[in-house]
Design a protein around this ligand. Sequence first.
Ligand code: NAI
Length: 330
Amino acid sequence: MKVAFFNTKPYEQKSFEAQLKDSDHEFTFFEAKLDKETAKLAEGHDAVCSFVNDYLTPLVLKRLKNYGIENIALRCAGFNQVNLQTAKELGIRVCRVPAYSPEAVAEHAMALILALSRKTHKAFNRVRENNFSLVGLTGFNLHGKTVGVIGTGGIGRAFIRLAQGFGCKVLAYDLYPNSDLEATGVKYQPLQEVLDQSDIVSLHCPLTPETHHLINKQSLSTMKDGVTIINTSRGGLINTKDAIMGLKQKKIGFLGIDVYEQEENIFFQNLSEEILLDEQIARLMSFPNVIITGHQAFLTQEALAEITRVTLFNLDQMEKGGVLDNEVKV
Ligand code: NAI
């Protein structure tokens, strides 16, 4: 198939080109993000390959359909950026890469916790300036802490294994509790109970109408003072305004986020020469106890190779027609 690859980053192109040698698909790599204007670049192709910040709105989907696109291969796990109802009505099939490396994301969540708990980000800067003072660098042990995991799918489970390795007690909330995890000592409880009893909360559920802003003023109010909150899932899980208030009031002791509610106009680009207009992220960056990474939790060599392999597999299946193993539907 002729595939229009949107939002190309050099690390992805390299990974796809390495595996394309053994594939019949022909790729055109476009730097542009997919939107209502750039959709026309897809003309003459059979399929579109897009990423997490390419918003497949009804208008974009209609335009793609007019240009003859009936197959969309998402090179990510999340699909909340796609209007699946419109895709269905237009007869556009959508595939994703469900689990390319749960460990990559889980390890990044743990890296955020470790950096925050041991203030590595501050220590790194100090030492570079010959400041070897330890004052203000007192951290906390993970051993013995209670970690609350919201969403125990692939990533949540990988994260739980890491937390257990550190000697943490794990509480969890999921719509579908996992008995194998329970057998390892994980205790499922109602959402607010997990939030209230945890020293560290790590979010690993998808963004849905039910999970939107699950960390908010109200849910925060009964959580432990000084709680650590980690979000490597989707920005919309946290009400940013309420999180900023929680940080100011010291309800939130540490915040580590790899995703941000308004990330679509900020992340995945070099804005170092620009004036940052987003007041909320600017405020978040001003806290010494907040670490923000720009949606990089997935970004390991192993994960990129697996994203590429599964995307090519999805395109093979789309070309053949019939059942698609990784189709997402309403
Ligand atoms: P998964 O589909 O394996 O697991 C999601 C889990 O969340 C399931 O067990 C499901 O039952 C549970 N869940 C669904 N609705 C829920 C609700 N209302 N409350 C509690 N639990 C609920 O997904 P996976 O692979 O573990 O990914 C989790 C999320 O991580 C994705 O939705 C995606 O948003 C995010 N992600 C972030 C990446 C990054 O680079 N930062 C990379 C990959 C995924």
